[in-house]
Design a protein around this ligand. Structure first.
Ligand code: SF4
Length: 351
């Protein structure tokens, strides 16, 4: 199987007509100045030099800002550069991320010309009040229109949504996931809101008008959302912002994050919690007192089954007095498992 690699090129805030309450693209991307063709080329060449895998499936991704809102000449300059690598078969595809109100037929035709494969839309919420409250500058109707058009032109559609926006509740976030599922994206990203320096949200937070989600609550909500998307076979390609020198623990000097549910292994917390629920559900189905459970998974899932800092092992022991034994099997697909009860209390007493 081919291993996927993404070459990220951040095009920060460039051309973005908006100032979303939570956004400081320059902090989030770590990119302080605008992207030039020369810089983009350097980034791509550096990545390519370091990817040694012969079976690599490489994609150039223009993240951040609103790619299709930037000056058309700049778009073409960056796309032309990326397309050269596709033509030379050094890279397989191109992806961009943008705002839903920066998509129209003409834009999509341009992206087609340069063989862009995937378009990710920043949706954030399906609730127009919450979108307005966060100063998104578009409605959910824009998301629907853009999503349909993107699919109609044959691109792969991706959505990005947020958890913990001002005045958004878990119900709103579940409703957003339901609304997105109806639009049939191929993939989604879920971002819990962090309070980043030099944003309007920072002001609101300092004035006591915005309270970020506690970590436990953010994990719980994301867990529900991930389960909903997975059930509909939609890839959840990211949960939580990528850790960088800037997006890191608020206690660190270099951190641009002031508050919010930051965790270096946020996705793992969510996945571990899903595994924990699956194991407990299996135990509860049986009408016996379980003493030991054996979970066999693909090696890639091992850490999530065990939990961050063995969290699941300890919680099962503390809550149910159950020992968790982990087994790995390459033949089991990632995300799938075999859960067997290997000892019940009766056996244990007889030992
Ligand atoms: S649309 Fe995107 S880049 Fe522009 S302010 Fe909002 S989040 Fe930031």
């Amino acid at each position: 199987m081919k291993k996927q690699y993404i070459i990220p090129i951040f095009v920060p805030h460039l051309g973005c007509p908006n100032d979303c309450i939570f956004c400081n693209q320059k902090s989030i991307s770590g990119q302080k100045k605008n992207m030039t063709k020369e810089e983009a080329k350097e980034i791509i060449d550096n990545y390519l030099e370091n990817i040694k895998n012969e079976n690599a499936q490489i994609e150039i991704a223009f993240f951040g800002g609103s790619f299709t809102a930037i000056d058309v000449n700049k778009q073409e300059e960056l796309l032309e550069l990326a397309y050269e690598y596709v033509k030379n078969e050094k890279v397989e595809s191109i992806r961009i991320s943008t705002r839903p109100d920066s998509i129209d037929k003409e834009t999509l035709k341009r992206l087609k010309k340069y063989k862009v494969k995937t378009i990710e839309l920043g949706v954030q919420s399906a609730n127009d009040y919450i979108l307005r409250r966060s100063n998104r500058g578009h409605t959910f109707e824009d998301v629907k229109k853009a999503s349909k058009l993107i699919k109609w032109y044959g691109f792969k559609l991706g959505h990005q949504m947020m958890v913990g926006l001002p005045e958004s509740t878990r119900i709103d976030e579940i409703n957003t996931a339901k609304a997105l599922i109806k639009l049939k994206p191929k993939m989604v990203r879920i971002y819990p809101v962090l309070v980043v320096k030099n944003t309007k949200l920072e002001e609101e937070y300092k004035e006591g008008k915005y309270e970020p989600l506690p970590l436990v609550q953010a994990v719980e909500t994301c867990k529900q959302l991930v389960a909903m998307f997975v059930k509909k076979k939609i890839d959840v390609i990211r949960v939580g912002l990528q850790n960088t020198d800037e997006i890191t623990n608020p206690d660190k000097k270099t951190s641009e994050v002031i508050a919010g549910p930051y965790h270096p292994a946020f996705r793992q917390l969510v996945e571990s919690s899903l595994w924990y629920d699956a194991i407990v559900a299996k135990i509860k189905k049986l009408n016996v007192k379980v003493k030991e459970v054996e979970v066999t998974v693909n090696p890639t899932d091992s850490n999530s089954v065990i939990g961050h800092k063995k969290g699941n092992v300890l919680k099962l022991k503390d809550t149910y007095d159950v020992d968790l034994i982990l087994k790995q099997d390459e033949n089991i697909k990632p995300g799938k498992s075999k859960i067997e009860i290997t000892k019940i209390y009766h056996d244990f007493l007889e030992e």
